[in-house]
Design a protein around this ligand. Sequence first.
Ligand SMILES: CC(C)(COP(=O)(O)OP(=O)(O)OC[C@H]1O[C@@H](n2cnc3c(N)ncnc32)[C@H](O)[C@@H]1OP(=O)(O)O)[C@@H](O)C(=O)NCCC(=O)NCCS
Length: 291
Amino acid sequence: MQKSVRLKSFDLIAQDIAEADIQLLHALSIGVGWPHRPADWEFLRRVGQGIVVVDGIGRVFGSAMWFPHGTDFATIGLVITTPRAQAQGAGRWLMEQVLEHCGQRDLSLNATKPSYSLYVSLGFIPEATVFLHNGIAARLPDLPAPNGTLGALPVDGIEEITAIDTRAFGADRSQLLAQLAKGGELCILRRDDRIVGYAMRREFGRGHVIGPIVAENDDDAIQLAGWHLRAMEGRFVRIDTREQDGPFPALLEQAGLVVGETTTTMSKGRRFLNRTAGAPWVYGLAGHALS
Ligand SMILES: CC(C)(COP(=O)(O)OP(=O)(O)OC[C@H]1O[C@@H](n2cnc3c(N)ncnc32)[C@H](O)[C@@H]1OP(=O)(O)O)[C@@H](O)C(=O)NCCC(=O)NCCS
């Protein structure tokens, strides 16, 4: 695989993203209107791997990352080329290298509109729409009492959610969850002495992200999201969900989180989203690049 590329007057080379200046990565994402803070890039570099394309004097023209979960699955994200270098082949070149690095792993990503045709041409199949809800969290109406016991889970109890998360997500992402939980807030719902759902919240971008949200049904998902939304009243919150209709997105709208954008969950290899009635399901994504 070629490790350098020529775009018009620029000779670009690929480098490990771990070596890139975080401020240049921040400038790259700002350039395409994304909300990531330098701290969000730091976090993503801790939990994933990636490459950047740079020119001879170290300017960053593009990035792409992958996040291995277990031994045979990875999510892809942070695929960006700077606007002045777009439509010249750099995005495809970055993605070809990501695919080489990911080898035989099954893959999933959430495609923005500008990237959709690139991923189709690389063999990714669309599975679902993601609705990016965000806004200033409004006061929630009273919710019915939860079916079970709802409360905070300390960070050192994080292994308790691994089993339900693996069933919902379809791969073991316990290492990622442990990192997400550091500095975040976590609530769980217990029923009949077992964990039937959980939701996390952490700082991201303009405010906070609530996610992952994992639950067995809409009512539980609403209780878990509501626990965080109440704590966030008056502050900027984002929740990415694949729920299009029904009580869960209705709650988000009631909470003032409107759909700002939609993206498409796509996969290459095994199908990623496999929903079974009554089984745990991901109601809220961990993050756009993390799924
Ligand atoms: C998506 C993105 C990374 C593509 O990067 P790029 O450097 O423009 O990609 P390429 O030049 O390699 O083009 C890849 C394909 O995209 C399509 N494409 C790119 N620019 C296009 C344009 N201006 N009009 C129409 N199609 C275009 C083409 O289908 C092209 O396929 P081809 O190789 O057969 O010509 C870039 O547009 C970007 O950073 N967008 C903003 C951030 C984003 O949405 N990232 C995706 C996250 S999932």
